[in-house]
Design a protein around this ligand. Sequence first.
Ligand SMILES: C[S@@+](CC[C@H](N)C(=O)[O-])C[C@H]1O[C@@H](n2cnc3c(N)ncnc32)[C@H](O)[C@@H]1O
Ligand code: SF4
Length: 436
Amino acid sequence: MYCEILSTLYVKSNGDIPCHDDYGERIILTNLNESPTIDKIIASKQFNSIERRLSSSSIPWENICDKCAFFRPDQNFENRIRQFHINKIQIESSLACSLNCWGCSRREQVKQRRGNLLLDLKNFETLMISCAEQNYNVEWIEYCGQGEPLSHPKFSQFLKIVSEVLPNTKQRLITNANYDFNACIGEETLHEIIVSSDGASQETYEIYRSGGSFEKCIRFMTDAIRRKSANNNPSVVWKYILFDHNDSDEEITKANKIAQTIGVDRLLFVLTHSKGKSKRYTNENFINILNLAPSALINFTPIQNSDTYLGYPTDNSLPDQNKEQFLFCLDEIKMLDKQHLLLKGWVSTLDFLKINRLNIVANSQSVGQINVSEKRNDVLQYFNAKGDLDLGFASVIKTTQLDPNAILCLEITPQSFSKNFDTKKYHVSFKPLRLS
Ligand SMILES: C[S@@+](CC[C@H](N)C(=O)[O-])C[C@H]1O[C@@H](n2cnc3c(N)ncnc32)[C@H](O)[C@@H]1O
Ligand code: SF4
């Protein structure tokens, strides 16, 4: 039994450290004022209780974990935080926001929570220093909570502290981007910026992003792209949640055109469960959006709250009727060292038929294969798929041919389906991914 809380931390603006940011958020493990350093946080009573229970295959919180996106009852126990590895520390620098999006729980949280709306910079610095002094490998700091991160008047100081104290840690900002880029970020380093902009014009955008300015979003993205460093940072993602009011062909085509004109790295369309959600696009036909925005990526609102993208066929020789044959999500991809590539995710046909193997291609050369043999009940449940299909993979490929800058292509070359498929037809390559 496993839960991502053993490899992530979430710090709220008032210093509370909840049990991640989904259903478990209602349980506060400790607070930065009581436990200002990483060793104190993981020594807290609540955190120890989670470790004890998961390691003995017991649910940490009855009636909570089973509703939480981060709980993995079928995955083997591992305790990465005790091995000095943290995938992500999520920081809610601010619970304040000047917009009023109807699906956002921010206003409720302001009423319910005690303490500050702005995270104390000194407390943040103490936590970062403790991670550095205790030799933690922190992969990402992500600035996102229930408010708008950039509404913290000293936001750039957070970035500065991390660059100085944990220079190998990457930093990601998730923002409504109604701010001046240069004033908020200045010269500080960011590796990824996700801009929430749900529309392709002020009229459609402001229906959900009430009080917001579409023009400011575009200017923010343009300025961020201008500031890219030699290694292409920050990567700029335009995240577009699909609602009834912004899912017309015209809007999507327009968003695609603007995204290409300003040069965003990814235009990412997302399905939501919120009021007003798109009726045109659902799990079943979501992939059709790529006919209007061929270079976009699409993302089902979290199966896991990590980077989970749906790949799609790029092979033009593929007959049209075969173009929608695969669902493919990567939850994690990274080089562990120069020779080892870690890949985690899941793959299936749209009919939930089994694919046995994936072929990994880097710079057009096959570098290895992975077996698709892991249970992923979360995916099956999400799609209401029946049966006992193993559609997950979690594999480390050993290869001497990969350099960290290789353009990676993942190909589904199904040697055998469980039904009668003509395997030659279904050789499908996916959008290239850059390793980082
Ligand atoms: C609560 S917001 C806070 C950060 C920032 N203020 C923003 O709006 O991006 C965090 C994330 O929730 C997403 N979000 C907001 N409303 C949503 C909805 N109705 N459905 C799905 N995701 C939503 C945003 O796109 C953003 O990625
Ligand atoms: S901009 Fe973000 S924090 Fe502000 S109301 Fe909208 S979703 Fe919530």
